[in-house]
Design a protein around this ligand. Structure first.
Ligand SMILES: *Cc1c(COP(=O)(O)O)cnc(C)c1O
Length: 382
């Protein structure tokens, strides 16, 4: 019996009210009032210029691949330590994915490995801000600009988190690459079951992004009165969520600051409680570079080995607490090994795959439960 699950989606209580209002508006398909309210929220709060609500982050990433005209023969560089959607979006268009190692100190892509992976076929670099902690975006954008390749931020976990560049300018994650994708899957900080957001920072993609979003038609321009009929003008798919989903998400967005405050409070309790174990070199704790902020998406502990990590998971499971590891590296996956031509060893990524374990982190956790988990971890290591 698990008394403390790994994750529990937070409900604000206002979701029903907005869904009811969407129903009484009798506009339930996409791109209606609540879709616009959500998109407007992001523009106001974070200064994103153009954003489109999607049915998932996976879909937003697929839109990125279409927007970049990814074709067979193109190469896309990304970290091996990520979720499969980061890769699938580009594989679906025939690209070859080129997998990079993680940093030594955190699971993000090692920026100094990127340049040697660039070839004349490289079309894009996809970065993943793991646990909502920024990659070194200044270094990565410099490499991309030098080689004229696009940067996509897989910001699935990175809502409300920032990168500060060397002149002290603080930038919201999702605003730095040419395109960015966020997730509102129920496991993320802000959620609507399944949902996502595409952010378009390079205005060359503005017009086409709406068309791809609306099944390859110029329907969005038609509804703004910019064209007098709408037509099939490009490839596309059904990437927009219904108004019911958008109404649910809107309730969550209005509670974003409260949700973030509570999650950070819980994260901090773990961090301070476990610091002595890190000082005694029993475990590793999350490393947040000076240029990054913490959005409390994930709290993880690093064990010494795969065996020790699995024992820790089992030890807490027996006490009713669910811990989860993360990401076997894509370069070790059956799909990759069957379909891509080169095999590689990525030491840091493998280390995180073997040794990282995520502790329960959600709004409804309280200090009593967190202290209970911390005590169990001490017991294990003593
Ligand atoms: C959650 C996640 C995704 C997928 O998000 P969905 O909204 O479920 O499609 C993609 N990339 C990363 C890094 C994620 O954590």
């Amino acid at each position: 019996m698990l008394s403390i699950p790994h994750s529990k989606p937070y409900i604000t209580g206002n979701e029903f009210q907005y869904i009811e209002s969407a129903i009484s508006n009798r506009h339930l398909s996409g791109n209606g009032k609540y879709t616009n309210l959500c998109q407007h929220f992001f523009k106001e709060k974070y200064g994103f210029k153009k954003c489109l609500l999607t049915t998932s982050c996976t879909d937003a990433l697929e839109m990125c691949a279409i927007l970049l005209d990814i074709k067979p023969g193109d190469e896309v560089i990304m970290p091996s330590f990520t979720f499969v959607s980061t890769a699938n979006a580009f594989i679906l268009r025939g690209a070859k994915i080129v997998l990079a190692d993680s940093n030594l100190l955190n699971p993000n892509i090692e920026e100094s490995d990127i340049e040697k992976l660039i070839t004349k076929n490289t079309k894009a670099i996809v970065v993943v801000h793991y646990a909502g902690i920024a990659c070194n975006m200044e270094a990565i954008m410099a490499i991309a600009n030098k080689h004229q390749v696009f940067v996509i931020e897989d910001a699935a976990q990175a809502i409300d988190s920032f990168f500060t560049d060397s002149v002290g300018e603080k930038k919201i994650l999702g605003s730095i690459g040419h395109l960015a994708a966020f997730s509102f899957h129920e496991s993320k900080n802000i959620q609507c079951g399944e949902g996502g957001l595409l952010v378009i920072n390079d205005e060359r993609f503005n017009a086409r992004s709406e068309i791809i979003w609306e099944k390859g038609t110029n329907r969005a321009a038609f509804f703004r009165g910019e064209v007098d009929k709408y037509n099939w003008v490009d490839v596309g798919s059904s990437f927009l969520p219904s108004e019911i989903t958008a109404a649910f998400l809107y309730a969550q967005l209005l509670a974003l600051d409260d949700i973030q405050m509570k999650r950070k409070e819980n994260w901090q309790l773990y961090y301070e409680g476990l610091l002595p174990l890190q000082a005694n070199q029993k475990i590793g704790l999350p490393y947040i570079p000076d240029y990054a902020t913490n959005n409390a998406h994930i709290f993880y502990v690093l064990c010494k080995s795969l065996e020790q990590r699995d024992e820790l998971i089992l030890f807490l499971k027996k006490a009713g607490v669910q811990l989860m590891f993360h990401y076997p590296g894509l370069h070790t996956s059956p799909f990759y090994l069957h379909n891509q031509e080169y095999v590689t060893v990525l030491e840091n990524a493998e280390q995180f795959s073997d040794c990282l374990v995520r502790l329960p982190l959600y709004v409804e956790l309280d200090s009593e439960k967190i202290n209970f988990i911390i005590r169990l971890i001490y017991e294990f290591f003593e």
